[in-house]
Design a protein around this ligand. Structure first.
Ligand code: BGC
Length: 811
C-alpha cells in the first residue's frame, strides 16, 4: 500500500494523506541552519548544533503523535483547521504534502479556502522562510483569520527538558511591529536570539503559551484561536512562544500571500544592546529585510533549486530501471548530504540531545558525500582527525559546535582509527588533492602536538598493528563497527553503559571485522604512501596487511564463512561452534570487500552462506540464529529481543557490504537482488509494512524473528545512505574513482541492459555509455575514451579536457 507517489520530474515525493504510518519528514537547510519538517508540519529547528542551539521545541517520545511543529491555523467561521492537518486534525477537503530537495510544500483545502505553504532555508542565511498563500475559492466574500505558531526552546535542548525550576522563570521576549524576538538568556552569557516575523502588519500577537492555548489545552485546541483573538501578551518566564494573527478579508476568488521568517541572529559582544535591556536588532532587521516580498522568496527558492540541480548533476544515470534512476539521481544523494550534515544527531529517532557527530559515522558519511562538495569533505576530515589521540585511537564522538571530543564516551572503539583512512582515501581518490595529507592537524584539539594528516593516518594504521590479540587479530576494545558487540564490558546492572562500563581494553577479545578493515584500508593507505613517494612505508604496510590476511585465513575462517570475533575467553563468536549467533554479516562483507578469499573460493562460500542463512525477502539479517537470552560476555547485542537492531535485525548499513562483496566475485544478479531488497523506491508498495519514508533508507528493518518482520525504524540518519550510494554508483554501475582516474567496471544483472552515466570528476564531465550486448554480469571487453581504445579499466585523468566521452562495452 502507498501513501503517495514519486514525482521525479520535480524531484519530489508527493504524500496524499496526512495519515502516513509514521511522520514522513524532510530536512531543510544545507550548512548551518536546519529544520526538520514532517508531512503534517511537525518538527524542530536549530542552528549548527541540535543540542546547544535549539530554536524550537520538540516533544520527546512523540514520534507518532508528532504534536509540536511550526503551525498555521486558519479560523473560518467556527471551523479551525491547519493546512498540514496537525495539530487540530480537522478533516480536510483535500491535502497534499510535497517533500522536495531542501523544501516542503503543503496544500490544504477546507470549505473552499485553499492554503498553500512552501517552506525552505535559503542558501547562506540562518532563516527558515515560509510563503503562505490563502485563496478564497468560494463564490462569497469571506472574513477569516490566519495564526502562526512556534514554541521556543530555551536554547540548550538538554537543559530545556530537565531544569524546570530555573527555566520556567527565565523566558523573555520583545515584540516590535510584526516581529517577535526570543531573547531568553541573552541578558547573561548568550550573544544570540531568535526572531519570528511576517512581512505584513499584524492584528495581534501572542508570546505566552498558556495565553495562546489556555490552561489544560494542547496545540490542537488553542483557546485564543477559538476565541479568534490573540492577547498581545509579553511572556515573562513559563513557556514563550511566537504567534501572529492576520485578519483576512477575501472576496470570492481573491488570494493573499505572506512571507514568514524564522531566523537566528548573533551579535558581537560589544554590540549586544540597543539600550539597557533592549536587544540590538540591527542584524535581525538586515536579515529580515532580505526577504520582505514574494519575489525575494521566489528568487531565494529558485537559487536553492539551482544549487541542488548543480549538486545532483554530478552523478546522473539513465538506465532502464526507474528505481535506480530515481534513487541515484535524487534521493540517495540527497540523503547523503543530510547524513553528512547531521551525522546521527537530530532526527525523529535521534533526539539531538544525545550523540553529536560520530567519528566512524562521519568518516563513512564522507564516502557518499565527497563528490558533492569536496571542500566541505576536506574540512570535515580535518575536524575529525583533530579529535584523534596521539596513539592513533580516537574520541568516538564529538560535538559539532565545539568540535571537541565527548569525554563521557571517550575512545576505545577499535575500528574508529581505520575509518579515518577510509574517508581520507575517498577524498583523495575523488579530488586528487594530496595537499590535505600535508596539513598540520592537532591531536585531541591540541595544536602544540600537531602533525601532518599523513602522520595521523600512519598512527591510525599502527594503532591496529600495536593492538593485536592472541590470534594476531585486532583487539576489539569497547566495540568495533557493531557498537553492541561488547566483548569486554560484562555489564550486569541496569543503567550501566554497555560500552563504557568496566574494563574496555581487554587483552584477549579480537575482531575479525577489524581485521578485514585493516586489509582493505591498509591497502588504501599503502597506495597513499606510494603516491607521496614513500615506498618504504608502502612496503611496510603491505607486509602488515599480508600478515593480517594470513591471520584471517588461519583463525578467522570457520569452514563456510568468516568468524566474527573472539570473546574475552578466546571463544569464537559467529561460528558453528556457538549455539546462538553462528554467522554474522559483517566479516563476510568486509573480508570479501578486502579481497580475502576471492582467489581461493572462500569468498564465494561465505556469500553463499549469507544467502542461505541470513537472507529474507526484506533484506539480509545481521546474524543468525538470533540470541534468545542475555549473554554477559557479548553485551548489548543480546539485550535486544530477537529480530531487532543488532540482534538479528536487517541492519541496512551492511547490506551494501554484501552487495559490494558480490560484485567483487562478479555476481551482478545477486548484488542487485541484495540492493533492491532495502531500496526505498523498490519497496514503496509495502509502505504499510515498512512504515518509514519510502524515499530514504532507515537504519534497521525488523528481521525474520521479530513480531513485525519488515517494519523499518530510525529513518534518515544512517550510514546506509553513504554505503548504498557507494555500492550502486561505484560497484554495480561501476564508476569508481581511483587515485589515477575514474575506473569503469560495472557489475550488473545480466538483464539490466545498457545505460549512460554523466559524472563530474575533478572538474571534468565524463559522459559514459555502457553497452552490454551479450548480457554478462561483469567484465569490460573494450573501453574507448574520446574515440581511442585504451588498455584496462581506468580512464587516465586529463585536466586539460572539459568533457570526456567514454564507451565501455562489456564482454
Ligand atoms: C551507529 C554506528 C554503529 C551502528 C551499529 C549505529 O547506530 O551510529 O556507529 O556502527 O549503529 O552498531
Amino acid at each position: 500500500m502507498k501513501f503517495g507517489h514519486f514525482d521525479d520530474q520535480n524531484k519530489e515525493y508527493v504524500i496524499t494523506t496526512p495519515k502516513t504510518p509514521l511522520p514522513w519528514i524532510n530536512y531543510l537547510g544545507c550548512t548551518d541552519f536546519f529544520s526538520l519538517m514532517s508531512n503534517t508540519c511537525g518538527g524542530y529547528t536549530f542552528y549548527k548544533d541540535a543540542k546547544l542551539l535549539r530554536m524550537t521545541r520538540y516533544r520527546y517520545n512523540d514520534t507518532t503523535p508528532d504534536t509540536n511543529g511550526k503551525y498555521f491555523y486558519i479560523k473560518d467561521g467556527d471551523t479551525i483547521w491547519n493546512p498540514g492537518w496537525q495539530p487540530t486534525k480537522t478533516e480536510l477537503d483535500s491535502y497534499e504534502c510535497r517533500h522536495g530537495i531542501g523544501y516542503s510544500k503543503f496544500t490544504g483545502v477546507k470549505n473552499d479556502v485553499k492554503a498553500e505553504l512552501i517552506t525552505f532555508v535559503p542558501i547562506g542565511d540562518p532563516v527558515e522562510l515560509t510563503k503562505v498563500t490563502i485563496t478564497n475559492n468560494s463564490s462569497a466574500h469571506k472574513d477569516i483569520q490566519l495564526f502562526s505558531y512556534v514554541e521556543w526552546c530555551l536554547w540548550n535542548a538538554d537543559d530545556d527538558m530537565k531544569n524546570y525550576q530555573r527555566n520556567l522563570s527565565i523566558g523573555e521576549v520583545e515584540v516590535i511591529d510584526s516581529t517577535i524576538y526570543h531573547k531568553t538568556e541573552y541578558r547573561e552569557r548568550r550573544n544570540h536570539y531568535a526572531v519570528y516575523s511576517v512581512n505584513t502588519k499584524i492584528d495581534g500577537f501572542e508570546t505566552s503559551r498558556d495565553e495562546f492555548r489556555g490552561a489544560y489545552n494542547g496545540p490542537d485546541r488553542p483557546a485564543a484561536v477559538i476565541e479568534g483573538k490573540l492577547h498581545n501578551t509579553i511572556a515573562s518566564g513559563w513557556y514563550p512562544i511566537a504567534s501572529h494573527q492576520i485578519n483576512l478579508s477575501l472576496d470570492a476568488g481573491e488570494c493573499k500571500t505572506f512571507v514568514f521568517a524564522l531566523g537566528y541572529v548573533e551579535n558581537p559582544e560589544d554590540e549586544k544592546w540597543e539600550k539597557p535591556g533592549i536587544i540590538n536588532k540591527k542584524r535581525a532587521n538586515a536579515l529580515l529585510a532580505k526577504y520582505q516580498t514574494t519575489e525575494d522568496f521566489d528568487n531565494a527558492l529558485a537559487k536553492l533549486n539551482t544549487y541542488w540541480d548543480g549538486l545532483l548533476s554530478k552523478f546522473h544515470v539513465e538506465s532502464n530501471d526507474e528505481h535506480v534512476n530515481r534513487m541515484v539521481n535524487i534521493w540517495n544523494q540527497y540523503q547523503c548530504m543530510v547524513t553528512f550534515n547531521m551525522s546521527r544527531s537530530a532526527s525523529y529517532y535521534e533526539t539531538g540531545i544525545g550523540r553529536g557527530m560520530g567519528f566512524r559515522d562521519s568518516c563513512q558519511d564522507l564516502l557518499g558525500f565527497v563528490h558533492l562538495i569536496p571542500d566541505r569533505a576536506r574540512e570535515r576530515i580535518i575536524d575529525i582527525a583533530s579529535t584523534q589521540f596521539q596513539d592513533g585511537s580516537a574520541y568516538h564522538q564529538y560535538q559539532p559546535l565545539t568540535k571537541k571530543g565527548n569525554s563521557d564516551i571517550g575512545s576505545g572503539f577499535n575500528d574508529d582509527p581505520l575509518w579515518l583512512i577510509a574517508g581520507t582515501s575517498a577524498y583523495i581518490r575523488e579530488t586528487g588533492d594530496t595537499s590535505i595529507l600535508k596539513e598540520m592537524v592537532p591531536y585531541d584539539n591540541d595544536m602544540s602536538v600537531a602533525t601532518t594528516l599523513m602522520e595521523h593516518l600512519k598512527r591510525s594504521f599502527d594503532y591496529i598493528v600495536n593492538h593485536k590479540g592472541p590470534h594476531d587479530l585486532p583487539l576489539i576494545g569497547r566495540a568495533d563497527w557493531n557498537d553492541c558487540l561488547n566483548l569486554n564490558c560484562f555489564s550486569e546492572h541496569p543503567g550501566e553503559s554497555f560500552q563504557c562500563f568496566g574494563p574496555s581494553e581487554g587483552p584477549v577479545a579480537e575482531s575479525v571485522f577489524i581485521a578485514g578493515m585493516f586489509v582493505k584500508y591498509g591497502r588504501e593507505y599503502a597506495a597513499l604512501a606510494k603516491l607521496m613517494g614513500d615506498t618504504a612505508e608502502e612496503a611496510r604496510v603491505l607486509a602488515e596487511v599480508d600478515k593480517m590476511t594470513a591471520a584471517i585465513e588461519k583463525d578467522g575462517w570457520d569452514g563456510d564463512w568468516f568468524v566474527r570475533a573472539y570473546d574475552a575467553y578466546s571463544h569464537k563468536v559467529g561460528s558453528k561452534e556457538c549455539d546462538e549467533g553462528q554467522i554474522y554479516i559483517e566479516p563476510q562483507g568486509m573480508c570479501v570487500m578486502a579481497g580475502v578469499g576471492v582467489d581461493d573460493g572462500n569468498a564465494k562460500k561465505a556469500l553463499d552462506s549469507v544467502k542461505e542463512k541470513l537472507d529474507t525477502k526484506y533484506g539480509v539479517m545481521i546474524l543468525q540464529p538470533a540470541y534468545t537470552r542475555y549473554h554477559l560476555e557479548l553485551g548489548e547485542i543480546t539485550s535486544y529481543p530477537p529480530g531487532y537492531k543488532e540482534n538479528a535485525g536487517i541492519f541496512c548499513h551492511n547490506n551494501p557490504w554484501i552487495s559490494i562483496a558480490e560484485t567483487c566475485i562478479g555476481r551482478g544478479d545477486r548484488a542487485f537482488e541484495v540492493y533492491k531488497k532495502t531500496c526505498p523506491s523498490y519497496i514503496e508498495d509495502i509502505s504499510e509494512i515498512h512504515r518509514t519514508e519510502p524515499y530514504v533508507y532507515s537504519q534497521m528493518v525488523a528481521g525474520a524473528d521479530a513480531r513485525f518482520h519488515g517494519e523499518a525504524k530510525n529513518s534518515w540518519l544512517t550510514g546506509t545512505a553513504a554505503w548504498t550510494f557507494t555500492n550502486i554508483s561505484q560497484y554495480i554501475l561501476g564508476i569508481y574513482p581511483t587515485l589515477e582516474g575514474l575506473s569503469v567496471n560495472p557489475c550488473t544483472p545480466a538483464a539490466f541492459g545498457d545505460f549512460n552515466i554523466t559524472r563530474e570528476y575533478r572538474g571534468v564531465i565524463y559522459n559514459i555509455e555502457i553497452k552490454n550486448p551479450n548480457k554478462v554480469q561483469k567484465g569490460v571487453a573494450s573501453l574507448t575514451v574520446d574515440g581511442n581504445e585504451i588498455e584496462g579499466n581506468v580512464i587516465p585523468f586529463d585536466s586539460s579536457k572539459k568533457t570526456v566521452n567514454v564507451v565501455a562495452t562489456m564482454k
